[in-house]
Design a protein around this ligand. Sequence first.
Ligand SMILES: [Zn+2]
Length: 477
Amino acid sequence: MVRKITPASEDYSQWYTDVVQTAEMADYSPVRGCMVIRPYGYALWENVQQGLDRRFKATGHQNAYFPLFIPESFIRKEAQHVEGFSPELAVVTHGGGKELEEPLIVRPTSETIINSMYAKWIQSYRDLPLLINQWCNVVRWEMRTRLFLRTTEFLWQEGHTAHATAQEAREETMRMLEVYRDFAENDAAIPVIPGRKSDSEKFAGAVDSYSIEAMMGNKWALQAGTSHFLGQNFAKAFGTQFLDENNEMQFVWQTSWGVSTRMVGAIVMVHGDDQGLRLPPRLAPVQVVVVPIWKSDDQRASVMAVAQDVTQALGTAFRCRLDDREGVSPGFKFNDWEMRGVPLRIELGPRDVEKNQAVLVRRDLARKENKSTAKLEALSAAVGEQLEAIQGNLFAQASCFLQDNTSEPQTYGALREAVEDGFALAYWCGSADCEAKVKDDTKATIRCIPLNQGKEPGRCVCCGEPATEKAVFARAY
Ligand SMILES: [Zn+2]
């Protein structure tokens, strides 16, 4: 039998772990805090990578690779950076059987080592902008870990760009935030709130940090991608300079931006239900599964022949799998693929073969409304239409959920109540004291200050002082 998944309403955290493990996406490793990404989870990550990588290249970026190890002295060069990362650093002190002259840091992020190279590569304004991305692993020593969401080692991409002017770097910061929003909403079917981070939540070493924030199934927030305007902080620390058009030396202006394997956790938590995963068709490792149904050997021969033809034909346009396992019932297969979140199932029985048709079953709809039939000659077109509809419906469902669970409290009492069960969009005066008070009282933090908001002034929900912007307050992963 398919392993039982704890209902989300009973224990959301256990539900998440059950789904990730039962669907064979990831497992715990012998090293505390690290995870093993299994083939099904990795196939989903590969599709995330492809969706992002395509967009990076379309916006002029190239991939490169920098070392895993960073000399300890590099990390110390930018004061805020080292302060922000110190407690999380893994340090290598020995190599080749000897104590190293200078310890090496296992990269928590690569601003420093990349700047040491950019300082060499960039000479003149003609070398700018320099637009590089790296796909790699990073290590941040975490005390409390959770598969995909927070692990000591994780996979990600980190973009690092250098520009001649602050304005160009700021434009790049926003361009990549928009790339992340576009990917999250159109490929992952996850509605997000793009916004600016408060000072207490921004990246160590950045002038300004921006993020896309998504609402998980338990109404907590998850930061699904970040884009930072670094100003000249790292350029000054590493002497990353160029000769401008007037033959004067200038420091470059920089950005960095990243999306990690957390995105996989977000996909699980935004779309999953008590049956297991529900994957958006654009990212699903298997988009369509064909399940043949028969009782007698005669039926088996004719059904299997058609099932193989159908799988082959659909395979030219879709990621399609034939489930020809022996010794398990069709019902078992239905549950199994539902649990794995395959968007569309095609059932093919003896009567369907006689009628030259197949039954299509959607994963995103309730049991009574999820079935339709299509003639075999029109199957490919029907599958394409259904997958598009599923992609759109998952986004619509998640958008309604976000909207229904976001409130705009006007008083501090209402804010305290609101963040217990959703996002609260409320005026904030900008003071760190008010931010800290909310966190102490409710455990909710400022997730971001949304970019798209009205300009009419109001009063801080915490202290009552004049405020010009609203912030999203929420509990967060
Ligand atoms: Zn205030």
